[in-house]
Design a protein around this ligand. Structure first.
Ligand code: ZN
Length: 309
Protein backbone atom coordinates (compact mmCIF):
# COMPACT_ATOMS: atom_id res chain seq x y z
CA UNK A 1 0.00 0.00 0.00
CA UNK A 2 1.11 3.48 -0.76
CA UNK A 3 1.00 6.99 0.63
CA UNK A 4 -1.53 9.54 -0.60
CA UNK A 5 -0.52 13.09 -1.47
CA UNK A 6 -3.62 15.26 -1.17
CA UNK A 7 -3.64 18.84 -2.40
CA UNK A 8 -5.57 21.29 -4.59
CA UNK A 9 -4.55 24.29 -6.76
CA UNK A 10 -7.07 26.45 -4.84
CA UNK A 11 -4.67 26.31 -1.86
CA UNK A 12 -2.31 28.49 -3.93
CA UNK A 13 -4.97 31.16 -4.42
CA UNK A 14 -5.05 32.25 -0.77
CA UNK A 15 -2.81 35.30 -1.17
CA UNK A 16 -2.12 37.42 1.93
CA UNK A 17 -0.49 40.81 1.24
CA UNK A 18 3.02 40.96 -0.24
CA UNK A 19 5.69 40.19 2.35
CA UNK A 20 3.47 37.88 4.44
CA UNK A 21 5.51 34.78 5.36
CA UNK A 22 2.59 32.38 4.76
CA UNK A 23 2.75 32.76 0.98
CA UNK A 24 1.77 30.52 -1.91
CA UNK A 25 5.44 29.95 -2.85
CA UNK A 26 5.63 27.67 0.22
CA UNK A 27 3.24 25.17 -1.29
CA UNK A 28 4.75 25.58 -4.77
CA UNK A 29 8.15 24.52 -3.41
CA UNK A 30 6.75 21.59 -1.41
CA UNK A 31 4.93 20.25 -4.45
CA UNK A 32 7.98 20.77 -6.66
CA UNK A 33 10.10 18.70 -4.25
CA UNK A 34 7.47 15.94 -4.33
CA UNK A 35 7.70 15.76 -8.13
CA UNK A 36 11.08 13.99 -7.85
CA UNK A 37 11.31 10.45 -9.23
CA UNK A 38 11.47 8.90 -5.76
CA UNK A 39 7.92 10.15 -5.10
CA UNK A 40 6.41 8.64 -8.23
CA UNK A 41 4.57 5.98 -6.20
CA UNK A 42 2.52 8.58 -4.31
CA UNK A 43 -1.22 8.28 -4.94
CA UNK A 44 -2.07 11.84 -5.95
CA UNK A 45 -5.52 12.93 -4.83
CA UNK A 46 -7.50 16.13 -5.21
CA UNK A 47 -8.76 17.73 -1.99
CA UNK A 48 -12.53 18.19 -1.83
CA UNK A 49 -14.14 21.15 -0.10
CA UNK A 50 -15.04 20.46 3.52
CA UNK A 51 -18.77 20.62 4.18
CA UNK A 52 -20.14 23.12 6.68
CA UNK A 53 -21.32 20.18 8.77
CA UNK A 54 -17.75 18.85 8.99
CA UNK A 55 -16.41 22.28 9.99
CA UNK A 56 -19.15 22.67 12.59
CA UNK A 57 -17.97 19.57 14.44
CA UNK A 58 -15.01 21.77 15.45
CA UNK A 59 -16.11 25.38 15.05
CA UNK A 60 -19.14 27.38 16.16
CA UNK A 61 -21.70 27.72 13.38
CA UNK A 62 -21.60 31.52 13.68
CA UNK A 63 -17.84 31.45 13.27
CA UNK A 64 -17.91 29.25 10.15
CA UNK A 65 -20.48 31.55 8.57
CA UNK A 66 -18.57 34.68 9.59
CA UNK A 67 -15.32 33.41 8.01
CA UNK A 68 -17.00 32.51 4.74
CA UNK A 69 -18.91 35.82 4.70
CA UNK A 70 -15.85 38.00 5.26
CA UNK A 71 -13.94 36.76 2.18
CA UNK A 72 -13.43 39.91 0.05
CA UNK A 73 -14.33 40.18 -3.65
CA UNK A 74 -11.12 42.19 -4.09
CA UNK A 75 -8.38 43.39 -1.80
CA UNK A 76 -8.06 41.99 1.73
CA UNK A 77 -10.11 41.29 4.84
CA UNK A 78 -8.22 41.16 8.12
CA UNK A 79 -9.44 38.56 10.67
CA UNK A 80 -6.63 39.31 13.12
CA UNK A 81 -3.28 41.07 12.92
CA UNK A 82 -1.63 38.37 10.79
CA UNK A 83 -4.59 36.32 9.49
CA UNK A 84 -5.70 38.03 6.32
CA UNK A 85 -8.15 36.80 3.68
CA UNK A 86 -7.89 37.48 -0.06
CA UNK A 87 -10.51 36.61 -2.71
CA UNK A 88 -9.08 33.09 -3.06
CA UNK A 89 -9.11 32.34 0.65
CA UNK A 90 -12.67 31.01 0.79
CA UNK A 91 -12.04 27.99 -1.41
CA UNK A 92 -8.53 27.49 -0.01
CA UNK A 93 -9.71 27.09 3.60
CA UNK A 94 -12.42 24.63 2.52
CA UNK A 95 -9.95 22.56 0.46
CA UNK A 96 -7.33 22.60 3.27
CA UNK A 97 -9.79 21.11 5.76
CA UNK A 98 -11.27 18.88 3.06
CA UNK A 99 -7.84 17.38 2.34
CA UNK A 100 -7.54 16.08 5.88
CA UNK A 101 -11.07 14.68 5.69
CA UNK A 102 -10.15 12.90 2.45
CA UNK A 103 -6.95 11.55 4.01
CA UNK A 104 -8.87 10.12 6.95
CA UNK A 105 -11.46 8.56 4.62
CA UNK A 106 -8.80 6.98 2.35
CA UNK A 107 -6.72 5.58 5.21
CA UNK A 108 -9.70 4.12 7.07
CA UNK A 109 -11.02 2.60 3.83
CA UNK A 110 -7.65 0.90 3.41
CA UNK A 111 -7.06 2.51 0.02
CA UNK A 112 -3.74 3.94 1.17
CA UNK A 113 -1.41 3.23 4.06
CA UNK A 114 -1.13 6.86 5.18
CA UNK A 115 -1.45 10.35 3.71
CA UNK A 116 0.20 13.76 3.54
CA UNK A 117 -2.00 16.80 2.98
CA UNK A 118 0.00 19.50 1.17
CA UNK A 119 -2.28 22.42 1.92
CA UNK A 120 -2.45 26.00 3.09
CA UNK A 121 -3.51 28.00 4.98
CA UNK A 122 -2.41 26.05 8.07
CA UNK A 123 -4.86 25.34 10.89
CA UNK A 124 -3.47 24.57 14.32
CA UNK A 125 -3.91 28.07 15.81
CA UNK A 126 -7.60 28.32 14.83
CA UNK A 127 -9.82 27.91 17.91
CA UNK A 128 -13.53 26.99 17.86
CA UNK A 129 -14.44 30.65 17.33
CA UNK A 130 -11.33 32.59 16.40
CA UNK A 131 -8.94 32.88 13.44
CA UNK A 132 -5.36 33.62 14.42
CA UNK A 133 -1.74 32.96 13.51
CA UNK A 134 -2.38 32.55 9.73
CA UNK A 135 -5.09 29.92 10.52
CA UNK A 136 -8.83 30.07 9.69
CA UNK A 137 -10.21 26.55 10.25
CA UNK A 138 -8.45 23.90 12.31
CA UNK A 139 -7.74 21.38 9.55
CA UNK A 140 -6.27 18.66 11.75
CA UNK A 141 -9.13 18.84 14.27
CA UNK A 142 -11.69 18.65 11.46
CA UNK A 143 -9.95 15.45 10.33
CA UNK A 144 -9.92 14.05 13.87
CA UNK A 145 -13.65 14.56 14.29
CA UNK A 146 -14.30 13.09 10.83
CA UNK A 147 -12.67 9.85 12.02
CA UNK A 148 -15.04 9.80 14.97
CA UNK A 149 -18.30 11.06 13.49
CA UNK A 150 -18.22 9.28 10.14
CA UNK A 151 -16.08 6.20 10.81
CA UNK A 152 -16.96 5.46 14.42
CA UNK A 153 -13.42 5.50 15.73
CA UNK A 154 -13.23 6.62 19.35
CA UNK A 155 -9.79 7.77 20.41
CA UNK A 156 -7.93 10.18 18.13
CA UNK A 157 -4.41 11.56 18.68
CA UNK A 158 -2.63 14.55 17.16
CA UNK A 159 1.14 15.01 17.42
CA UNK A 160 2.29 18.52 16.46
CA UNK A 161 5.97 19.32 15.81
CA UNK A 162 5.45 22.79 14.36
CA UNK A 163 7.71 25.30 16.16
CA UNK A 164 4.61 27.12 17.43
CA UNK A 165 2.23 25.66 19.99
CA UNK A 166 -1.07 24.59 18.43
CA UNK A 167 -3.24 26.49 20.87
CA UNK A 168 -6.35 25.99 18.75
CA UNK A 169 -6.03 22.21 18.62
CA UNK A 170 -5.30 22.17 22.35
CA UNK A 171 -8.43 24.27 23.06
CA UNK A 172 -10.58 21.87 21.04
CA UNK A 173 -9.08 18.72 22.57
CA UNK A 174 -8.66 19.79 26.22
CA UNK A 175 -12.21 18.95 27.43
CA UNK A 176 -12.49 15.56 25.66
CA UNK A 177 -10.68 12.61 27.25
CA UNK A 178 -10.89 10.67 23.98
CA UNK A 179 -8.85 13.29 22.11
CA UNK A 180 -5.09 13.52 22.66
CA UNK A 181 -2.81 16.40 21.67
CA UNK A 182 0.97 16.40 22.09
CA UNK A 183 3.26 19.23 20.99
CA UNK A 184 6.92 20.13 20.85
CA UNK A 185 7.40 23.86 20.30
CA UNK A 186 9.70 26.73 21.10
CA UNK A 187 9.00 28.67 24.29
CA UNK A 188 8.89 31.58 24.65
CA UNK A 189 7.27 32.17 21.25
CA UNK A 190 3.90 32.99 19.69
CA UNK A 191 1.16 32.23 20.76
CA UNK A 192 2.49 31.95 24.33
CA UNK A 193 0.52 28.83 25.32
CA UNK A 194 1.79 25.27 25.68
CA UNK A 195 3.46 25.05 29.06
CA UNK A 196 4.07 21.58 30.46
CA UNK A 197 1.43 22.09 33.16
CA UNK A 198 -1.39 22.39 30.58
CA UNK A 199 -2.49 18.74 30.71
CA UNK A 200 -6.16 18.67 29.67
CA UNK A 201 -9.07 16.97 31.39
CA UNK A 202 -7.37 13.57 31.60
CA UNK A 203 -3.67 14.07 30.86
CA UNK A 204 -4.80 14.08 27.23
CA UNK A 205 -2.69 17.19 26.54
CA UNK A 206 1.11 16.80 26.55
CA UNK A 207 3.32 19.85 25.98
CA UNK A 208 7.10 19.77 25.71
CA UNK A 209 8.30 23.37 25.35
CA UNK A 210 11.87 23.70 24.05
CA UNK A 211 14.13 26.71 24.67
CA UNK A 212 15.47 28.83 21.79
CA UNK A 213 18.56 27.13 20.36
CA UNK A 214 17.37 23.58 21.06
CA UNK A 215 17.99 21.17 18.18
CA UNK A 216 17.39 17.65 17.00
CA UNK A 217 18.78 16.01 20.13
CA UNK A 218 16.27 17.80 22.36
CA UNK A 219 13.46 17.08 19.88
CA UNK A 220 14.27 13.37 19.77
CA UNK A 221 14.50 13.18 23.55
CA UNK A 222 11.11 14.90 23.92
CA UNK A 223 9.47 12.48 21.50
CA UNK A 224 11.07 9.35 22.93
CA UNK A 225 10.89 10.07 26.63
CA UNK A 226 7.63 12.05 26.93
CA UNK A 227 5.37 12.03 23.89
CA UNK A 228 5.65 8.41 22.69
CA UNK A 229 5.05 6.95 26.19
CA UNK A 230 2.01 9.23 26.64
CA UNK A 231 0.73 8.31 23.16
CA UNK A 232 1.11 4.62 24.00
CA UNK A 233 -0.83 5.07 27.26
CA UNK A 234 -3.57 6.93 25.37
CA UNK A 235 -3.85 4.07 22.84
CA UNK A 236 -5.30 5.94 19.85
CA UNK A 237 -7.43 4.45 17.09
CA UNK A 238 -5.98 6.99 14.63
CA UNK A 239 -2.94 9.31 14.57
CA UNK A 240 -2.80 12.71 12.89
CA UNK A 241 0.36 14.79 12.55
CA UNK A 242 0.45 18.59 12.49
CA UNK A 243 3.56 18.76 10.32
CA UNK A 244 5.03 22.23 10.58
CA UNK A 245 8.64 22.57 9.50
CA UNK A 246 9.42 25.96 11.06
CA UNK A 247 11.58 24.44 13.81
CA UNK A 248 14.23 23.97 11.08
CA UNK A 249 17.51 25.76 11.78
CA UNK A 250 17.07 27.96 8.69
CA UNK A 251 13.54 29.10 9.49
CA UNK A 252 13.22 32.87 9.95
CA UNK A 253 10.29 32.82 12.41
CA UNK A 254 11.90 30.95 15.33
CA UNK A 255 15.19 29.84 16.84
CA UNK A 256 15.08 26.03 17.04
CA UNK A 257 17.71 24.10 15.10
CA UNK A 258 16.08 20.96 13.69
CA UNK A 259 17.34 19.47 10.41
CA UNK A 260 15.63 17.53 7.62
CA UNK A 261 16.89 14.26 9.09
CA UNK A 262 15.14 15.02 12.39
CA UNK A 263 11.80 15.26 10.56
CA UNK A 264 12.46 11.98 8.76
CA UNK A 265 13.36 10.29 12.04
CA UNK A 266 10.33 11.68 13.91
CA UNK A 267 7.99 10.62 11.11
CA UNK A 268 9.48 7.13 11.20
CA UNK A 269 9.04 6.68 14.95
CA UNK A 270 5.49 8.05 14.83
CA UNK A 271 4.60 5.62 12.03
CA UNK A 272 6.17 2.75 13.98
CA UNK A 273 4.09 3.72 17.02
CA UNK A 274 0.98 3.92 14.84
CA UNK A 275 1.73 0.45 13.47
CA UNK A 276 1.74 -0.89 17.02
CA UNK A 277 -1.21 1.16 18.30
CA UNK A 278 -3.67 1.81 15.44
CA UNK A 279 -2.95 -0.37 12.38
CA UNK A 280 -0.50 2.21 11.03
CA UNK A 281 -3.28 4.74 10.39
CA UNK A 282 -1.56 8.12 9.98
CA UNK A 283 -2.63 11.32 8.25
CA UNK A 284 -0.26 14.28 8.27
CA UNK A 285 -1.08 17.84 7.32
CA UNK A 286 1.19 20.76 6.54
CA UNK A 287 1.25 23.56 9.11
CA UNK A 288 4.14 26.09 9.12
CA UNK A 289 7.61 26.32 7.56
CA UNK A 290 8.80 29.64 6.13
CA UNK A 291 12.27 29.13 4.65
CA UNK A 292 11.41 27.77 1.22
CA UNK A 293 14.43 25.47 0.78
CA UNK A 294 14.27 24.13 4.34
CA UNK A 295 10.51 23.63 4.03
CA UNK A 296 10.75 21.71 0.76
CA UNK A 297 13.61 19.48 1.95
CA UNK A 298 11.94 18.82 5.29
CA UNK A 299 8.57 17.99 3.74
CA UNK A 300 10.36 15.63 1.33
CA UNK A 301 12.08 13.88 4.27
CA UNK A 302 8.72 13.61 6.00
CA UNK A 303 6.95 12.11 2.98
CA UNK A 304 9.89 9.76 2.31
CA UNK A 305 9.43 8.37 5.84
CA UNK A 306 5.66 8.06 5.40
CA UNK A 307 6.27 6.05 2.21
CA UNK A 308 8.81 3.82 3.97
CA UNK A 309 6.44 3.05 6.85
ZN1 ZN B 1 4.43 27.45 13.07
Amino acid sequence: MTTALITHPACLAHEPPQGHPERSARLVEVLKALEAAEFRALKRESAPQASKAALERVHARDYVEAVLAIIPKSGFARLDADTIASPGTGEAVLRAAGAVIKGVDLVIAGEVKNAFCAVRPPGHHATPNRAMGFCFFNNVAVGALQARAVHGLKRIAVVDFDVHHGNGTQDIFTPDANLFYASTHQSPLYPGTGSADETGIAHNIVNVPLPPGAGGAEFRRALESVILPALTRFAPDFLLISAGFDAHRDDPLAQLRFEESDYGWATGVLCTAAERLCKGRVVSTLEGGYDLDALAASAAAHVRALMAA
